[in-house]
Design a protein around this ligand. Structure first.
Ligand SMILES: Nc1ncnc2c1ncn2[C@@H]1O[C@H](COP(=O)(O)OP(=O)(O)OP(=O)(O)O)[C@@H](O)[C@H]1O
Ligand SMILES: [Mg+2]
Length: 508
């Protein structure tokens, strides 16, 4: 146990039932904990105010102030106070309430002595970890980042410089980089600093719009241009006149549409679908893709002339793993943002947790980091993000030991919808993996990959193809065949997924 705890950890039991206080007290005293008692919520709160113990056991049902009420008081007096709730009635309602108000965990009466002791140990470890992070200095001050863009690594500084260079002119910019690296953020930043800032910024995701609709979406249509065109409609280019249009996932744009985009770039002209009038538009184009456009040009799936027109200035967004030094800043940035939005309590990160975050490879880049910080900050019980708050997969991937905690109940639709009908142990109700099954044999990514390597070597197809096939098959199945959802899970565009599904013969 860390030195941040008192030598003999102090535990306060709050319960109006003297027998429970006695029996629980005996169990805890067997481990050299110093136990004190309070017979009501009010007394308990007073005790915590006077001198916060290292851990509180608190009964939910008491005469007078209820345990949940007492929990809220205690947490407002001392936001770091670790509290384990006790109850004889395990309903979904109480489990959810308990976690919502920041309980560390929740035990059922009658107690299993071993379980109580192991839980107490875990909670005391969390208290110690949290207290150990005393002088945490965030690496950034969010007020300095109104721009919303973080990065002091050399590669990011270079990106910022290029943004500065291209804002004064209307030059076309092509932004490339893996998914989640900040391509759209860069496009917006160029626009915000340009003389077009007062005019619209419109982002069009070329991969999300079906080929037969994209022209009408971009250029508008006249009444009766095609079945369903009941009235005239203005396209994005017309609506964006004077502004900046962001053509995202341009690599997914059909050749026919590419031709028309070329015309806008060359002549500044558009025609509505089904119309004969030529309209002048003044629009700056910024394009982005995570595809290899050079290869597409070679394969003739992307127009070479358009490629050169778009690629006047190229901004290459680095993958997050290639600018690992920026990770602490990004983590602090996300946390401070969440605190500002009142979505999380945690303002600090324990050094071990930060070490895990810096070691992870981040295949989904900044977007994945944002999600992970959000998920973790929501379930963190105090003001400090601990390793136990991080997703198990991330800890496993970097080989760190973590004690899994429940997924945020706020985001668990199972708990929300079925709340009143669920019966059973509260731990299962809120979707918490049982500590026994998840910590006995941690499956690291390393081990999983070894196993896959062994299984797939010597098969008929190359390993990556089979792996991809299997992964796409699984994700598609899990998402009920929904291409969009599956593509989001896989981190590729829907068009790419559709293509791979066909190529790999996974249609059925
Ligand atoms: N340097 C950064 N600082 C702070 N936040 C960032 C940074 N880069 C990206 N983000 C955040 O990460 C998320 C993903 O960024 P963005 O949408 O710009 O990525 P993208 O490259 O367009 O991803 P995709 O290819 O998946 O569309 C956004 O929420 C964005 O605000
Ligand atoms: Mg994007």
């Amino acid at each position: 146990m860390s030195e941040a705890l008192t030598k003999t950890p102090t535990i306060l039991i709050i319960d109006d039932d003297q027998e429970i206080r006695y029996s629980l007290g005996r169990v805890l005293s067997s481990r050299a904990y110093q136990v004190s008692e309070a017979a009501s919520g009010e007394q308990g709160i007073e005790a915590v105010k006077k001198s916060p113990p290292d851990l509180v056991f608190l009964d939910i049902r008491m005469g007078g102030m209820s345990g949940i009420e007492a929990l809220q008081h205690i947490r407002s007096v001392n936001p770091k106070q670790m509290v384990i709730l006790m109850t004889a009635f395990g309903t979904a309602q109480t489990a959810i309430e308990a976690m919502k108000y920041g309980a560390f965990d929740y035990v059922m009466k009658p107690f299993d002595a071993e379980k109580v002791l192991s839980l107490a140990e875990k909670a005391l470890k969390a208290t110690a970890d949290m207290r150990a992070v005393r002088d945490y200095k965030p690496s950034i001050n969010i007020e300095d980042y109104r721009e919303g863009m973080v990065g002091s690594s050399e590669v990011m500084q270079d990106v910022f410089k290029v943004i500065g260079q291209v804002t004064a002119s209307d030059v076309t910019v092509m932004i490339t980089g893996e998914s989640g690296t900040g391509k759209e953020l860069v496009a917006r930043s160029i626009w915000k600093h340009s003389h077009r800032a007062a005019k619209p910024f419109i982002a069009v995701n070329c991969a999300a719009i079906p080929d037969n609709l994209i022209e009408s979406e971009l250029f508008g249509h006249e009444k009766g241009a095609f079945t369903g065109a009941v009235g005239q409609r203005l396209g994005k280019f017309e609506l964006c006149d004077g502004g900046t249009i962001f053509l995202d996932e341009i690599g997914d744009m059909a050749l026919a549409t590419q031709t028309k985009i070329l015309r806008v770039l060359q002549q500044g002209e558009i025609q509505r679908v089904g119309g004969s009038e030529t309209l002048k538009v003044d629009v700056r184009i910024i394009a982005a893709t995570n595809k290899d456009l050079e290869a597409m040009v070679k394969e003739k799936t992307f127009r070479e002339d358009l490629y050169y027109r778009l690629n006047v200035v190229r901004i290459r967004m680095p993958a997050l793993r290639d600018r690992g030094d920026d990770i602490p800043q990004l983590v602090d940035f996300c946390l401070q943002y969440l605190v500002q939005q009142k979505k999380a309590r945690a303002t600090k990160v324990a050094p071990e947790a930060m070490a895990v975050l810096t070691r992870y490879r981040w295949p989904g880049n900044v977007r994945e980091l944002e999600n992970v910080v959000y998920r973790s900050a929501v379930i963190a019980q105090g003001d400090t993000l601990l390793v136990r708050d991080l997703p198990v997969e991330i800890c496993a991937a970097v080989g760190a030991d973590s004690t899994p905690v429940p997924e945020p109940t706020v985001e668990a639709p199972r708990a929300r919808t079925a709340e009143s009908t669920l019966v059973g142990r509260p731990r299962e109700v809120i979707g918490q993996p049982s500590a026994a099954t998840s910590s006995e044999a941690p499956l690291t990514l390393e081990r999983a990959l070894d196993y896959i390597h062994e299984q797939l070597s010597g098969g008929p197809d190359p390993i990556l193809t089979r792996l991809e096939q299997e992964m796409i098959r699984r994700v598609m199945k899990a998402e009920g065949g929904n291409l969009l959802k599956a593509s989001e899970k896989l981190g590729i565009t829907r068009a790419t997924l559709r293509k791979r599904v066909d190529e790999l013969g996974l249609r059925s």
